[in-house]
Design a protein around this ligand. Structure first.
Ligand SMILES: Nc1ncnc2c1ncn2[C@@H]1O[C@H](COP(=O)(O)OP(=O)(O)O)[C@@H](O)[C@H]1O
Ligand SMILES: [Mg+2]
Length: 286
């Protein structure tokens, strides 16, 4: 299996938008994407799809369903929570912490039908969104992962295994420009990873307001993760704050990325909770 990533994901915004000429008219790659699969990646000779926006539908974002089990799992998860579980009150708290789900949709891209999840775009209510993607949990593979995958994950992300979270990157929209940061050095030491979180929030205009709201929202996630319903591996928390000082200083926090979600079988999600608690400690120190 070959995987190359060139040019870098930050170019998505700079070259906006469909420099690969893949998307049908009306669709563009989402400029605010921080991490994950995207069209700068080629895997097994196939250009990957990334997050897509459709003109006239600014409040929604289209996420490509991944190949095989991963895509099936994520679609099933959103379906279980928003469709078949719609009247299940024990899922109310979880529903509030996820981007809203509007079903799936097929789009023809390069003569092939591709399946997308239609989700709420969490950044769309912000004038200048500053967003960070933080992967939660010491273990980033599900119980069904191959030995090779387990070893690779453990080897490449040692800090994730001890700290329990990992910043994948952050993006801060500014009046004139856009800051994108993703540093491989963060992965080598806990202190560097913690500094990445601090650095992102240090750039907020009123860190105190944001910190208070953020801790409250992370507390809600903690409550939900303690419910023993799901175990989430390799899942992220997306945090977005307002970087426009003329707008209300608020923050949104959502759980995203569920390609490795498994049934909880009545056991607490200790792996996720460990990382979440460490992240809460880091935020408390801001
Ligand atoms: N609902 C959403 N609203 C806004 N941005 C999102 C949303 N979901 C994901 N993103 C952006 O897309 C990126 C990749 O999403 P993710 O679900 O993690 O995909 P992958 O499964 O490819 O890792 C995130 O880092 C974030 O920047
Ligand atoms: Mg992801």
């Amino acid at each position: 299996m070959t995987s190359i990533a060139m040019p870098l994901i930050e170019d998505l915004a700079a070259n906006n938008n469909d420099k690969y000429g893949m998307l049908p008219l009306k669709f563009t790659w989402f400029e605010g994407q921080i991490a994950g699969h995207n069209p700068t990646m080629v895997k097994d000779g196939k250009r990957q799809l990334g997050m897509v926006k459709e003109s006239g539908n600014g409040d929604k974002i289209l996420k490509p369903a991944q190949d095989g089990k991963r895509g099936e799992r994520e679609v099933q998860f959103y379906h279980d929570v928003f469709v078949s579980g719609m009247n299940d009150p024990s899922l109310n708290d979880l529903r509030r912490l996820l981007p809203n789900f509007f079903g799936t949709r097929k789009i023809e891209i390069e003569a092939q039908e591709s399946l997308f999840l239609v989700l709420e775009d969490v950044t769309c209510t912000f004038s200048l969104p500053a967003s960070i993607d933080i992967k939660i949990g010491k273990q980033t593979f599900g119980p069904d992962a191959t030995e090779a995958k387990k070893l690779k994950e453990i080897e490449t992300n040692p800090v994730q295994g001890t700290l329990g979270y990992r910043v994948l990157g952050y993006r801060i929209a500014e009046q004139e420009d856009n800051t994108f940061k993703k540093d491989p050095k963060w992965r080598s030491e806990e202190n560097r990873m913690i500094s990445a979180v601090q650095e992102f929030f240090d750039q907020a205009h009123d860190v105190h307001i944001i910190k208070e709201q953020l801790l409250e929202k992370l507390g809600h996630i903690k409550k939900v993760a303690g419910k023993r319903r799901f175990h989430m591996y390799s899942s992220s928390i997306l945090i977005v704050y307002e970087n426009d000082r003329n707008c209300e200083q608020n923050v949104d926090v959502r759980m995203i990325d569920f390609s490795h979600v498994h049934p909880g079988m009545g056991l607490p999600d200790d792996n996720y909770l460990f990382g979440l608690n460490r992240l809460i400690e880091t935020i408390e120190e801001l």
